[in-house]
Design a protein around this ligand. Structure first.
Ligand SMILES: *Cc1c(COP(=O)(O)O)cnc(C)c1O
Length: 438
């Protein structure tokens, strides 16, 4: 495949910055997925988050109402659905819902799942090793001054386009670590300011995300007391994201939404390096198998995961190799080279991908504000391209047919995964509202 990847029709469309849909030809029936990771790994992560709940409540009092769980609402968005159907000529059979990770406590984005989980997992390892706690203890103890003093000898470092830095930075500072966030050129200024105001060291790069990660990893590896959160390869981050699926199962049940072969679930998640959408998808597939259909959405200038999966080259190819800049208004998705680890796990699971032009991010953002009075950040708005275009592209229509779903689409639930937004300052929201691109 390697030598003639440039002739793949989808790669040609990507290189021309065309909006497109891609259906994953490597997807197999769930029973045949053949992965080395599974539900036991998600259960382990969920149990760890439960152990940390008293600590989370103590450090972040806003989580008290949810007993220390950092979780977001799942809500129907009928006015947005109607608007998209009437004004965007979208056919959305079934009902459209919004998963509001945009409003997750602490970090205001999906990164509150993976990022905080990884910091806590590392914290547990250090604390157990030092004999500060046993797994049967009340972890609220870890917020005591002597524990904070202990953690202050250690450093956490991470490379980020913004939101992962916010999540890791805020969580690490809460535990007591020194934190260094390596920010790519795409990171928005307000995110850097917010971190600095919390005592986090922010190192700025003029290069893209991959470079920021590389430099950060190198600097961290030099310091034996420094731990690097590796967004490109981390299984911990991935499992933190995957826990979302178990929580979603409860929410759907509470709302009497059943998922089975007669009631398919479609989930659309904006994708950057792949960890967040990959982890969530992995979890959803473990729960609903063939009855859940997961699609990623990427900007036309940064379709890193699509390119990696469609060529089979994963992290051995980047969007610059096909003449794209990787630059996009979707700062959270501004990634040129995908995670190889995630791409390989997604190979048997992912249904497909959509790409969208930057201008639509702002159009969807304004539509959601006007219809449902909900603000989510531009990157997160990419999710709406899925439900809007599922029944529009030949590729995805064929997918519906091949999977025998035509008859049951009226019973479908579509979840647009809103990946971030609640921390965006008011003046920046005003700025976004007035951006109209050609
Ligand atoms: C990080 C991020 C994503 C994508 O997550 P990846 O793990 O980079 O794929 C999507 N939306 C927002 C708002 C993000 O911050």
């Amino acid at each position: 495949m390697e030598k003639d990847y440039k002739n793949l029709p989808v790669v040609r469309r990507l290189s021309k910055e065309e909006e497109t849909a891609w259906v994953n030809p490597e997807k197999v029936p769930f029973e045949e997925r053949g992965l080395a990771i599974g539900m036991a790994d998600i259960d382990d992560a969920e149990a760890r988050l439960d152990r940390f709940a008293p600590f989370i409540m103590r450090c972040f009092p806003e989580t008290k109402k949810d007993n220390g769980l950092i979780e977001s609402a799942l809500i129907p968005v009928p006015k947005m659905q109607k608007y998209l159907e009437e004004n965007w000529k979208a056919a959305i059979p079934g009902r459209l819902m919004l998963k509001q990770d945009s409003h997750l406590a602490v970090a205001g984005s999906v990164k509150a799942r993976g990022g905080i989980y990884e910091v806590l997992k590392h914290t547990e390892e250090l604390a157990l090793e030092a004999g500060l706690i046993s797994t049967a203890d009340d972890y609220a103890k870890l917020a005591e001054p002597e524990c904070r003093e202990f953690f202050s000898q250690y450093t956490i470092q991470v490379g980020s386009t913004g939101n992962l830095g916010l999540s890791i930075g805020i969580a690490s500072a809460a535990v007591g670590y020194k934190v260094i966030v390596h920010m790519s050129a795409d990171a928005r200024q307000w995110k850097k300011n917010m971190l600095r105001s919390r005592g986090v060291t922010v190192v700025e790069y003029e290069s893209d995300y991959s470079e920021a990660v590389k430099e950060g990893r190198k600097l961290s590896d030099k310091d034996p007391k420094s731990y690097f959160v590796d967004d490109e390869n981390s299984v911990n981050l991935f499992m933190g994201y995957a826990v979302a699926a178990k929580r979603l199962k409860k929410q759907l049940e509470e709302q009497s939404i059943f998922v089975d072969s007669g009631h398919p679930l479609f989930v659309y998640i904006p994708c950057g390096v792949g960890g967040a959408p990959g982890g969530v998808t992995f979890g959803l597939k473990e729960i609903w198998g063939d009855n859940v259909h997961c699609f990623f959405i990427e900007p036309v200038q940064a379709p890193a995961m699509l390119l990696g999966m469609a060529t089979g080259l994963h992290n051995e190819i980047c969007v610059q190799d096909i003449g794209l800049t990787g630059q996009t208004h979707a700062d959270g998705l501004a990634v040129g080279r995908p995670s190889g680890f995630v791409g390989k796990v997604m190979e048997p699971l992912l249904s497909g991908e959509f790409t969208l032009a930057d201008k639509k991010l702002y159009d969807y953002m304004r539509a959601l504000l006007d219809t449902e009075e909900i603000f989510i950040e531009p990157s997160a708005c990419a999710a709406f391209e899925g439900p809007v275009k599922l029944m529009a592209y030949e590729e995805t229509k064929e997918y519906i047919k091949k999977n025998g779903l035509e008859e049951v689409m009226g019973n479908a639930a579509h979840i647009a995964w809103a990946t971030g937004g609640s921390l965006v300052p008011e003046e920046i929201r005003e700025e976004y509202k007035n951006i109209y691109l050609d």
